[in-house]
Design a protein. Structure first.
Length: 297
């Protein structure tokens, strides 16, 4: 079982999350990640470690503090802890919190250097209360809050002077992004909407990949092996995340760059996508900018 034996009393965040799910305004990311934990093995963990090392251009994280803002499955919190970081993880979804806590229990039981909490990145008092960190990591999370620019703004305040901010945000594709938002909203609306979107989109995903691989003379199974080798994730679980990932917002790379430059950051690395998917950024805080001087879009 992934969930702990004792069920904690519901917090205000838990109740608010449940209300949003019931209203069709939020996808249950945590339920999806609980299924992913059944697939988690040493190879996937090693791949997650390698992706952090590559993007951050480091071998180890010893002596550094690491905030995982929207920890999801907990895989990258685990990867950072295994690389030597002192980790704080939090998520708005109570089932994601349970996933992260389960990985802590499995691999670092009673570890004082890994703190797992429930909270929202949109809660200014909560985020401020966490303090500042050498590394703030939020991959594919902030665009699912319903207030993306405010979420980015609050998360960046947790980056210590000279610290780094590693985020990934969905790319703005114009009309295609509008269509995607509609599909995600429909998926979360009710069981009928979920069945319709799944029936239409999953065969499309498979067929599109098959046609592409055949045209290139490539073994279709190779794509899925490479996918797992990229970040240690599961393509099927990510399909579910893509279809149901609501709320949903997007940002062009230039908009993200300008937003964080105005808050005292310089861009160290960027991996951009020309189509769907996420643009990945690593920024370093060069200077402090008072919040009053940095307006939201």
């Amino acid at each position: 079982m992934i969930m702990p034996d004792t069920t904690p009393m519901p917090t205000g965040e838990t109740v608010r999350h449940a209300e949003q799910v019931k209203a069709g305004d939020r996808f249950q990311f945590g339920a999806n990640w609980q299924r992913f934990l059944r697939l988690l093995d040493e190879r996937r963990i090693a791949v997650a470690e390698a992706s952090l090392q590559s993007m951050l251009e480091v071998n180890r994280l010893d002596g550094r503090t690491f905030l995982d803002a929207g920890s999801g499955s907990g895989l990258f919190s685990l990867a950072a802890r295994r690389l030597g970081a002192k980790v704080t993880s939090f998520d708005f979804d109570p089932q994601s919190v349970a996933c992260t806590a389960e990985l802590r229990r499995r691999y670092f039981p009673d570890d004082r250097n890994w703190d797992v909490r429930e909270g929202s990145v949109l809660d200014e008092s909560f985020v401020t209360g966490l303090g500042t960190f050498d590394l703030v990591y939020s991959w594919g999370v902030l665009h699912h809050t319903g207030a993306m620019w405010r979420a980015i703004d609050l998360a960046q305040r947790a980056v210590a002077p000279g610290g780094r901010f590693f985020i990934a945000l969905y790319n703005d594709q114009g009309l295609r992004s509008v269509v995607w938002r509609g599909l995600k909203r429909l998926y979360c609306s009710n069981a009928v909407g979920r069945a319709f979107v799944t029936t239409v989109c999953v065969p499309y995903f498979v067929l599109r990949r098959l046609v592409s691989d055949v045209a290139r003379g490539r073994n279709p199974l190779e794509h899925y092996r490479e996918y797992r080798a990229n970040r240690g994730m599961s393509v099927v679980r990510d399909w579910v995340d893509w279809l149901g990932g609501y709320p949903f917002e997007v940002a062009a790379p230039t908009a993200t760059f300008d937003f964080l430059r105005s808050r005292g950051f310089r861009l160290d690395r960027l991996i951009s996508t020309l189509g769907s998917g996420c643009n990945e950024f690593v920024f370093t805080r060069d200077r402090e900018v008072p919040p009053a001087r940095a307006a939201l879009p």
